[in-house]
Design a protein around this ligand. Structure first.
Ligand SMILES: [Zn+2]
Length: 284
């Protein structure tokens, strides 16, 4: 019988689904306040967010990590005609405020209370049509985006997937365990408000090593963490605990060289696979 090491199991046990962010009891609101228009979105917990302007028809677009939009914002403003919500890719929801007149973002901030609830407040100011269109240029969106710049970007790489299940022990499949672990880690990291997290695969799909790295680089990842859970056959003995691999300049003859050698050729096409080197390197 094979035994899956503790690394995968430990992380999954930690993965109790804690739910999506819910709207606070008062609901979201758009109202006029002293020459500005204020959107406030009370939430059961902090989520990642960003704000942008979009042309034709003019809109203020607020993207937030998974939020259950149980009701649309109440609009008490002549400047906003309508609010719409939609999905905006895996793990993101979008709130679009359709504008009657051009507005720009004066301030945007998410305040997190001690009890973990949060309020996103976006303050909008009237602007000219020319300025609106300049700001709504997709190339300029970063300039008025949310506070991502001071958050570390973490790429989590759930090993294997699709045609490559990785290690299998009874009903346990490494590819599934690592995807669940990555989703749980993403949620935990994003909740701290200190990290943006990108997953190199979102589903049980085959993703090549190159595609995983490309995705991480495109997201501007500061760190790339590849998640694997190894298994040994009974003949090979048993093991428990965790192994951590990292690159080191002085390890040219050690673990990273061994990894590189083992992943040359066909293995590379299976994605990032550390399972084959587990016991050798762990004993080193
Ligand atoms: Zn693996």
């Amino acid at each position: 019988m094979a035994a899956v090491l503790a690394v995968g199991l430990a992380v999954v046990a930690w993965a109790e689904p804690s739910g999506l962010a819910q709207l606070g009891p008062k609901g979201a609101r758009v109202k006029d306040a002293g020459g500005t228009v204020v959107l406030s979105v009370p939430l059961s917990q902090a989520v990642p967010w960003r704000v942008a302007l979009r042309a034709g028809p003019p809109q203020v677009v607020v993207e937030m990590g998974d939020v259950v939009w149980s009701e649309l914002p109440v609009i008490v403003s002549d400047s906003v005609s309508e609010a719409r919500t939609s999905r905006a890719g895996p793990g993101w929801t979008e709130l679009a405020l359709v504008l009657r007149e051009p507005l720009s973002v004066a301030t945007a901030a998410m305040k997190v209370a001690k009890d973990g609830t949060a309020v996103l407040e976006v303050r909008l100011l009237p602007t000219t049509a020319d300025e609106f269109h300049r700001l709504a240029d997709p190339a300029k969106v970063e300039a008025i985006a949310g506070p991502e710049s001071d958050r570390m970007v973490v790429a989590l790489d759930p090993g294997h997937g699709g045609v490559d299940p990785g290690a299998v022990a009874g009903d346990l499949v490494e590819a599934d365990l690592m995807l669940a672990a990555a989703r749980a880690m993403k949620e935990a990291l994003v909740r701290t408000g200190r990290f943006d997290v990108v997953l190199t695969r979102e589903e049980d799909d085959f993703v090549s090593l190159e595609a995983r790295l490309t995705k991480a680089r495109a997201a501007g990842a500061d760190v790339f963490i590849s998640l694997h859970a190894d298994a040994l056959s009974a003949e090979d003995g048993s093991a428990s605990g965790m192994t951590v691999y990292r690159l080191a300049d002085d390890a040219a003859g050690g673990a990273d060289a061994l990894l590189a050698a083992r992943h040359a050729g066909n293995d590379l096409l299976k994605g990032v696979d550390l399972s084959g080197v587990g016991d050798d390197v762990a004993l080193a």
